[in-house]
Structures are given as C-alpha cells and as structure tokens.
Design a protein around this ligand. Structure first.
Ligand code: ADP
Length: 187
C-alpha cells in the first residue's frame, strides 16, 4: 500500500525522519510530498527541501516529490489511499483531526493515519530549529547533518558557524538565499 506523507518540511527534522522511518515499516511505499504553499515564505525553496529530504532518507525506500493544491487531489493522482501525519501535542491533534475530517468530505476513500511522535521528538518542530539557529544555538541534535549545515549557512551572516561544522568550509557550498522572516511560522 502507498502512503503519502505531506508537509512543509522547512526543513526536515529528526521528528519528521522518525515518522518516515516508522512509516516505511508500515507501508510498502512512502512518498514524502513537499507542499508548495504560496501563503508561506519558507526558509528553503521546494527544490532545496527535496534534496535535503532525499539525502536524509537515502537509507530508506522512499520517494520525494512536491505538489500544490489539495493534498487529497495529489493523493488521488498518485492513487494513494493513505495520508500519513504525525502528532506531537494536543494542539496538533485539534488541527490534524479537523484536516482529516475535511479531507474525508473531499475524498471518502482516503484515510489519514496518525503516528504519535517518539518521546524524544515531542517538542521538535521546523520553526523551533530555525528559532534556535537564528539566535546562534546548536541544532545538530535536531536535524540531519546536511540540513544542519544548510541552516548554519543561512544564518552565518548573523551568527558564527559552530565549531563542529567548521570542517566543511562555507565557500564549498553554493550560495543560498535564506529569508529570515519565516521564523515564527507554525510548523
Ligand atoms: P505542515 O505545514 O503540513 O504541518 P510540517 O512539516 O510542519 O508540515 O509537518 C508535517 C507533518 O509532520 C505534520 O503531521 C506534523 O504534525 C508532523 N511532525 C512535525 N514534527 C514532528 C515531530 N517532531 N514528531 C512527529 N511528527 C511531527
């Protein structure tokens, strides 16, 4: 059975990765689908997020794709019957349940399957990671290694890069435009 894991993934965190890893044990195929959301100004472009997710999931049998519009329309197009979502806190539950009910009214035969976050990731969100990085804190324990480097590079203008990432000179990376005003968005 094919499951779609839709989200912003701006950027992918170890919490997302945990959901993806557990999803691959439950479903034959998992597609991680990055939503192109015109209402949000993301830190990373969709193309950058796709590469980040591909690198973080290289050890797994997952496909990474992007979509815009309704998630159920994308699921139908992919002939998927399952939407995978993660739950952390009660506020997630309220929004996710509302979304699942809405999606049910749009497509009767698509089910939303929720995976409860692992304890160690229950506090973790993309926004939190960006917030910490913005103020110069370490984020290596919260995101995959290549994502940490991408984020440090984004904030390198305002904060020095922490020592543990200094092994790879910043000049080796292509230039990346990183809008700062996204920090604070709910993700
Ligand atoms: P969206 O904008 O669609 O909420 P996100 O990238 O923020 O996109 O999240 C995608 C999905 O991953 C959501 O279902 C969210 O609840 C879930 N998720 C995010 N962080 C975690 C985490 N730390 N543990 C478990 N699930 C998570």
């Amino acid at each position: 059975m094919l499951a779609i894991y839709p989200g912003s993934f701006d950027p992918i965190t170890l919490g997302h990765l945990d959901v993806i890893e557990r999803g691959t044990r439950l479903f034959e195929r998992v597609v991680v689908a990055v939503l192109r959301n015109p209402n949000k100004k993301p830190l990373f472009t969709v193309a950058e997020r796709i590469v980040q997710i591909q690198q973080a999931t290289a050890h797994l049998n997952v496909e990474v794709d992007s979509f815009d519009g309704l998630t159920v329309a994308y699921a139908k197009k992919r002939q998927a019957k399952v939407l995978l979502r993660g739950l952390r806190v009660l506020s997630d539950f309220e929004m996710e349940l509302q979304m699942a009910h809405t999606n049910k009214t749009l497509s009767e035969d698509i089910e939303t399957v929720f995976l409860a976050t692992s304890n160690e990731h229950s506090f973790l969100s993309s926004s939190l990671v960006k917030e910490i990085a913005k103020f110069g804190g370490p984020i290596d324990h919260l995101v995959p290694p290549t994502v940490a480097l991408d984020i440090y590079r984004c904030y390198a203008k305002t904060n020095p890069v922490p020592d543990q990432t200094a092994l790879t000179p910043m000049s080796e990376f292509p230039k990346m435009e990183c809008p700062q005003e996204t920090v604070g968005d709910r993700e």
